[in-house]
Design a binder for this molecule. Structure first.
Ligand code: NAI
Ligand code: MG
Length: 360
């Protein structure tokens, strides 16, 4: 039996509620596919601050180091907002985790299930029959980290740097992903203005030679922002640097109109065991406004677990099975409050988890 070790970090707010449902679905996947995900729980975020005085205790880092992937809930809430910024749940836990594990590739799917087309702010004829975009964003380089940066009384500056190595490894992630999807990569840059983008384009072109089965197109970032709302169906994989990816991944997410449906993955290159280490979490936050009521949508967390099975553990079939299970449950009309509409059956967090696990 194939065995994988995962660290489970539920966090705050709706985190623990939706995590429970993701683990329920993992149980079903284990039974069906004869694999095992050995789970170890660890404290993170506000919950960890309360229990151990730090958003990311040493013991949690150890648990993660002894695992092959991290399944992360969400962190934060009003209770911890008075703390200094770098001690707050998000900055004190997520950023250090990304840095510690070198999670340079951020994968953000923007998927519209046809059953939820009404939720999109875009007109149905613009969405088309289905929408399935994967934004691959470089996460540890670019202008957010480039030196020098500084602020003086009458001028301030940041530096946009990309190295050949940084571009090459993120481009490979995008092309590999495209290979198992629609076989199309749009590389985003601003090479008419930025030097770092000239190198970006050059390296992406080089990497593309190793993937003759994947089509490559280049788009300037301003045009990409327009194309996303004019004709989103033209996209399959969108490859971008840190800054452009921050903006475009949020834009793509909002086209779907349902935050509670969107997972994300932050992965590092393959480790010594050939397994790409990754952190998998919903795109949304801890939703303190609905936490504790059992109404949160667990699908983003369930899809995050599905991405873990696919990207870290190579279990494509398990991923597809979870995806189909979700689609079937939606087709039968079941909805949590955030995606409910007239004529659908409203269910809570646990019931939605039961339904999906049942289908698996
Ligand atoms: P949020 O994503 O938590 O909530 C925004 C809105 O979306 C709320 O109305 C919420 O109820 C709804 N929502 C989010 N996920 C949902 C789900 N699964 N089902 C149903 N509705 C859902 O963002 P907000 O309000 O800006 O932040 C709340 C807290 O979460 C803050 O403390 C923030 O720092 C933290 N946060 C944590 C993140 C993380 O752990 N990665 C990411 C973003 C925010
Ligand atoms: Mg953002």
């Amino acid at each position: 039996m194939k065995e994988f070790r995962i660290a489970v970090l539920p966090g705050d707010g709706i985190g623990p509620e939706v995590m429970q449902e993701a683990l329920k679905v993992l149980d079903a996947v284990e039974q069906r596919f004869g694999i095992r995900c050995v789970r170890q729980d660890a404290a993170v975020g506000g919950a960890a601050i309360d229990a151990h005085g730090s958003a990311l205790p040493e013991a949690t880092i150890h648990t993660c180091e002894n695992s092959q992937a991290i399944l992360f809930g969400s962190v934060g809430g009003p209770k911890w907002e008075h703390l200094p910024p770098d001690q707050q749940p998000e900055r004190g836990a997520l950023l250090p985790l990304r840095k510690h594990f070198g999670l340079y590739a951020n994968l953000r799917p923007a998927i519209i299930f046809p059953q939820l087309r009404d939720a999109s702010p875009l007109k149905p004829e613009i969405i088309g029959s289905q929408l399935d975009i994967l934004v691959v964003r470089e996460l540890t380089g670019g202008i957010y980290f480039g030196q020098p940066k500084g602020i003086e009384s009458d001028r301030a500056y940041d530096t946009m740097i990309y190295t050949r190595l940084e571009v090459e490894r993120i481009a490979r992630v995008a092309f590999e992903a495209a290979r198992s999807r629609g076989k199309l990569v749009h590389s985003i840059d601003k090479s008419n203005v930025l030097n770092s983008s000239i190198l970006w384009r050059e390296v992406v072109l080089e990497v593309a030679r190793d993937y003759p089965d994947v089509e490559l197109k280049h788009l300037y970032v301003d045009n990409a922002a327009m194309q996303l709302v004019v004709r989103p169906s033209q996209f399959d994989v969108i490859l971008c640097g840190n800054l452009f990816g921050d903006i475009l991944s949020d834009e793509a997410a909002m086209i779907t109109g349902s935050l509670g449906m969107l997972p994300s993955a932050s992965i590092a290159g393959s480790g010594s065991d050939g397994i790409p280490f990754g952190l998998y979490e919903p795109s949304g936050g801890s939703a303190p406004d609905i936490a504790g009521h059992g109404v949160a949508n667990p699908i983003a967390q369930i899809l995050s677990a599905a991405m873990m099975l696919k990207y870290s553990f190579g279990q494509d079939e398990a991923y597809q099975t979870i995806f189909t299970a979700i689609s079937d449950v939606l087709s039968e009309g079941y909805r949590t409050g955030d995606i409910a509409s007239d004529g659908t059956t409203r269910v809570g967090t646990a019931e939605m988890g039961d339904l999906i696990a049942g289908k698996v």
